[in-house]
Design a protein. Structure first.
Length: 319
């Protein structure tokens, strides 16, 4: 219900972060709002009080107390506690609204700041876990997707990294491949500075767009099991198992199946690029480290073909 209410809202024209197009949540005094960035917030009418409760700012969640908000529908400004989703990732927004739908009704119509803090802490802690888990699982899903959809799984597995911390996601015979996944509708990917420094001629990037499909999609566990069914050498089976369990750990099967993605969508929206086509800054200062870039690959020309007679020749290539 929360997701449906949010999707019906349009974003306000103003770039004021606390100006919202909104919809009242049925049976409560609370409100779902959409700001100018198109991101969701839950506006909670809060009991007046003298006690001070600290705000919270996380990677995906922002909680602020006693903020003055402009509500378009009422043409008024009022004080609210605001629980906001900071990510524009569609899956993260959906999870935020789904979790709020079962959590926010636990608040009375005018809760105290302490009551809000207690209830929303469940959401905050959950998103701390989800953020890391989802990011790592989507990355693993992309790598397993390339192996599973390849015409020679043995050759592709041979090129796959031994450890997630290795410099290249895939490397063999002086050819490398970086894998970048996104659940957004663009091809903006994050690269570390060192990732873009390469002397390898055939160094490619696989840009994979993923779309959640909880009914017909495949999870990392589904892809893992599909690859494992093939007749593979013991050393490659061991590599598959080690890389898989390094990411998923001891998460139960239900958790692994929480994120399922449409395989056909990813096949249609898979593109390859040459890494050498991305420019980098020159860093002559050793004290400056951890440089990263957000690169919009849609502004770069994708390649029409991959190298022959090497592991990339077996990768799925959209027609």
């Amino acid at each position: 219900m929360y997701h449906d209410l949010f999707n019906k809202l349009t974003a306000p024209d103003s770039n004021n972060k606390d100006e919202y197009k909104s919809s009242k949540i049925p049976n409560t005094n609370h409100i779902i709002g959409k700001n100018f960035e198109g991101l969701p917030s839950i506006l909670i009418k809060t009991k007046d009080q003298e006690s001070i409760v600290s705000n919270y700012k996380g990677a995906n969640i922002l909680l602020r107390f006693n903020e003055n908000c402009k509500i378009h529908e009422d043409k008024t400004s009022s004080m609210f506690t605001i629980l906001s989703c900071r990510s524009d990732d569609e899956l993260t927004i959906k999870m935020f609204l789904d979790i709020c739908e079962t959590t926010i009704p636990q608040l009375n119509n005018e809760p105290s700041a302490e009551e809000i803090k207690k209830i929303t802490n469940v959401i905050i802690e959950l998103f701390r876990e989800i953020s890391d888990k989802k990011r790592s699982i989507i990355g693993l899903w992309g790598e397993l997707f390339l192996i599973s959809s390849s015409s020679n799984k043995e050759k592709t597995l041979q090129a796959w990294h031994e450890n997630p911390t290795d410099k290249y996601d895939f490397f063999d015979d002086n050819q490398a491949l970086e894998v970048k996944c996104t659940s957004k509708t663009d091809r903006i990917h994050k690269f570390q500075h060192d990732q873009l420094l390469s002397e390898i001629k055939d160094h490619y990037i696989a840009s994979i767009m993923v779309s959640e499909n909880s009914n017909d999609g495949l999870s990392v566990l589904d892809l893992y099991e599909d690859i494992k069914k093939n007749k593979l050498p013991v050393n490659l089976i061991n590599k598959l198992k080690k890389n898989f369990y390094r990411v998923v750990g001891s998460n139960p099967k239900e958790d692994l199946n929480e994120f399922k993605f449409d395989i056909d969508y990813s096949k249609k929206n898979l593109m390859y690029y040459k890494l050498k086509d991305i420019n980098t800054l020159v860093n002559n200062d050793d004290s400056v480290t951890d440089i990263s870039y957000n690169v919009d690959l849609s502004r770069k020309k994708n390649v029409d073909e991959l190298s022959e007679d090497k592991f990339t020749s077996y990768l799925y290539f959209p027609s």
